[in-house]
Unconditional design. Structure first.
Length: 234
């Protein structure tokens, strides 16, 4: 008795099933709060008690000076980043090529005359070729991100630059919106109100996204993504 599923069919299902499950599990809105350690806040280090208490207000063991302002400078301090991101790109291309060629081969003669059938030469040859190509492309992209996010100092580098990172989550109705930020800032770029512009950060990583019903409705389903992926050969 022949099985209803052939060997080839079972083999095809065995190959496609992991891809389908992977496409389903790796949706674009799978982020949850605290799932990426690169953006998790950092707690300040516990201060080491000094051997000698040399003052009730000023402590030598603390890095801040007696007349310093309240800017972020140590691990665990907070800093507000003002997001003022603007990016705009445009690219266009236009290509046109053409090529024409012609080859004419006269027929051989026999006994001093052309080889003919019913008075028409049959061995004359003429080859003509014409090729042309035209291509045009135009691409434009514009992005804008405004807002504020307060992050923590994760590391103080040897040159006193600060590595900052953090995330901000807002729940609205059936969904959540999040902003994640990581970068390096110079203490001199920090303003008196303990803020810094995102354009003054080095090695900056900014991620903005969402999760929930609204975000899912704006994305194709996992089966559509699978058939649009490079795994689908057609």
């Amino acid at each position: 008795m022949t099985a209803p599923w052939g060997t080839n069919t079972r083999l095809l299902l065995a190959l496609l099933l992991p891809l389908l499950l992977g496409a389903c599990a790796s949706g674009p809105h799978g982020a949850v709060r605290g799932d990426d350690p690169a953006f998790q806040p950092v707690a300040p280090a516990a201060p080491v008690p000094p051997e000698h208490n040399n003052g009730a207000i000023f402590q030598v063991s603390q890095r801040s000076g007696l007349f310093d302002d309240d800017k972020a400078r140590q691990v665990g301090d907070i800093l507000t980043v003002r997001l003022v991101e603007r990016t705009q790109a445009r690219k266009s291309a236009n290509t046109s090529t053409s090529k024409d060629s012609s080859i004419e081969l006269p027929g051989p003669t026999l006994f001093g005359g052309d080889v003919t059938v019913n008075g028409r030469p049959i061995l004359d040859n003429r080859i003509e070729n014409s090729r042309s190509f035209g291509g045009q492309g135009d691409s434009a992209q514009s992005n804008q991100l405004d807002g504020n996010i307060t992050v923590t100092v994760a590391e103080v580098l040897a040159n006193d630059n600060l590595v900052i990172r953090g995330e901000k989550w807002i729940r609205i109705n059936q969904g959540q919106e999040y902003i994640r930020l990581r970068g390096v800032v110079r203490p001199v770029d920090i303003r008196a109100d303990n803020t810094v512009l995102s354009t003054q950060l080095a090695d900056v990583q900014v991620a903005y996204g969402g999760s929930g019903t609204l975000a899912d409705s704006n994305e194709p389903g996992w089966l559509t993504r699978f058939f649009s992926s490079p795994f689908w050969p057609f």
